[in-house]
Design a protein around this ligand. Structure first.
Ligand SMILES: Cc1cc2nc3c(=O)[nH]c(=O)nc-3n(C[C@H](O)[C@H](O)[C@H](O)COP(=O)(O)OP(=O)(O)OC[C@H]3O[C@@H](n4cnc5c(N)ncnc54)[C@H](O)[C@@H]3O)c2cc1C
Length: 440
């Protein structure tokens, strides 16, 4: 029996799924598949990782749904090339469908899997699903990605057609007549079999935020002290448990500011695809040799939320405790690490990648380099935010600080690790010297 495989990756959902729709329309019975990729999981610092538990829960959820619909979700713990080598020799696979993934590792992996499929006479097709515009679809006049977000956003809005936000009919096609159960298929691995412990942190339901939250988003998004200040949907967008089209449609109808934030997400994904080097290296060549201080003790104080700057400390403590941090606090903590402490942005990027539930390479690297002023997006390296002014502006009642730094205002709270004015001048001087030296 010839079959089509559908490979779920960053799209752990059945509804509104571009690649799954194409697979279900292929004319052959479909077997969905998920691979717990050891190339990624083996690098995690802990075997107690809320993201792995979340993925596991969601894979099991769609596994149950697939069984109810007359099919069977396969899942393996292994390396994609090895898993596919086995599947392609065991079954008569005519086609493999999946959705595009723009990270450097993923593009290499997909090229290798596509080549393996071709050797076995199977086609491999990856569809655009997690963004509206990808790769070369929205370039600037120079034929390269625009370095100015405003220009990109304008082009994005002009190019958008209503049908691009329409849902794909995968849920309607997900029926007994299009799915199949394979004889002797192995059972899906459990978390324990993969060597992970269950660890759950709060993640809101994978549903659209309320209408009132979205309507007020532009007013609340910069108030980290409020629980409903922003949508908290980043984890779902990261793992595709919510379709970005659904959220964009809601934003398009109710709040242009929210739509603009979602456009940032498209933008950073496009930038990483064009400039994979930025995953590990500053995009700006003149800022590749900044003599960062990289003081280990100060880095530790930053990680633990002991810098003596309450907005920074609140953000880091929330991150450590919950795996989440509001955007405003991410800006404050990132800026502080790179500019005030003069610590390489890659240290912060790595720390966030270990801790954030919504960690996404394109978004993290893009934002860290934007804060450092080293990235593709035009952002001045001499911009140094004052953590005190930010506190006054965004948490004037100290609601956020009191929640995460209860000892603030008592003798138990540490004095500032560095003076703002001194640190600001030191940062500008260091960056300027590096920039000018490299330019010569
Ligand atoms: C240093 C730094 C690191 C970051 N790392 C990540 C990361 O690893 N993963 C991640 O998803 N976001 C990252 N962000 C962006 C942003 O902080 C989070 O997306 C946002 O805080 C998530 O909360 P939310 O879903 O409530 O966002 P909302 O404010 O409700 O926004 C809705 C959605 O829009 C997108 N969005 C919002 N702000 C941004 C932004 N600045 N850049 C790109 N997309 C945005 C996200 O997909 C978000 O879920 C980072 C920001 C900074 C400054």
């Amino acid at each position: 029996m010839k079959i089509t495989l559908f490979w779920h990756r960053r799209d752990i959902r059945i509804h509104d799924n571009a690649g799954l729709t194409a697979a279900l329309q292929s004319g052959l019975p479909v077997v969905p598949l998920f691979i717990y990729d050891r190339e990624i999981l083996d690098l995690l610092p802990s075997r107690q990782d809320a993201r792995v538990t979340f993925i596991y829960d969601e894979v099991e959820r769609i596994g149950r749904k697939t069984a109810q619909s007359g099919g069977q979700l396969l899942a393996f713990y292994g390396r994609p090339l090895e898993v596919f080598a086995q599947l392609l020799t065991t079954y008569e696979v005519a086609a493999v469908y999946t959705n595009e993934d723009y990270e450097p590792y993923a593009t290499e992996r997909d090229t290798a899997v596509a080549a393996l499929c071709a050797q076995h006479g199977a086609t491999f097709q990856a569809l655009k699903d997690q963004v509206i515009f990808a790769k070369n679809e929205l370039l600037g006049k120079s034929g390269r990605p625009s370095k100015v977000f405003g220009a990109y956003r304008k082009a994005w809005l002009e190019a958008l057609r209503d049908e691009q936000l329409q849902p794909y009919p995968s849920a309607e096609l997900f029926t007994t007549s299009n799915l199949v159960k394979l004889p002797n298929a192995p059972s899906r691995p459990t978390l324990a079999e993969m060597g992970f412990e269950e660890f759950r942190q709060f993640i809101p339901a994978a549903e659209l935020p309320t209408e009132s939250l979205v309507r007020n988003y532009h007013l609340t998004r910069n108030t980290p002290g409020r629980v409903d200040s922003s949508t908290r949907r980043s984890v779902h967008l990261r793992f595709g448990t919510l379709s970005v089209r659904e959220l964009m449609q809601q934003a398009q109808q109710l709040n242009p500011k929210l739509l603009a934030e979602l456009i940032w997400r498209d933008y950073f994904m496009m930038l990483l695809w064009h400039y994979p080097i930025t995953a590990t290296e500053s995009y700006e060549p003149r800022l590749r040799h900044v003599p960062y201080r990289n003081n280990e003790e100060e880095f530790q104080a930053w990680c633990e939320g002991r810098t003596g700057y309450p907005l920074v400390d609140a953000g880091m403590r929330e991150l450590n405790k919950t795996g989440y941090m509001p955007n405003r606090a991410r800006i404050a903590t990132a800026g502080f690490l790179v500019k005030h402490l003069l610590i390489d942005w890659r240290w912060g990027d790595k720390y966030f990648s270990d801790k954030l539930l919504d960690y996404d390479m394109s978004q993290n690297v893009g934002n860290w380099q934007w804060m450092a002023g080293t990235g593709v997006v035009a952002a001045p390296w001499f911009r140094v935010y004052s953590p005190e002014s930010q506190l006054k502006q965004y948490d004037p009642e100290l609601a956020y600080v009191k929640k995460w730094v209860p000892e603030y205002g008592t003798a138990a709270y540490p004095a500032p690790i560095v003076d703002h004015k001194f640190a600001r001048e030191r940062a500008i001087d260091t960056f300027r010297t590096a920039y000018r030296a490299a330019a010569v």
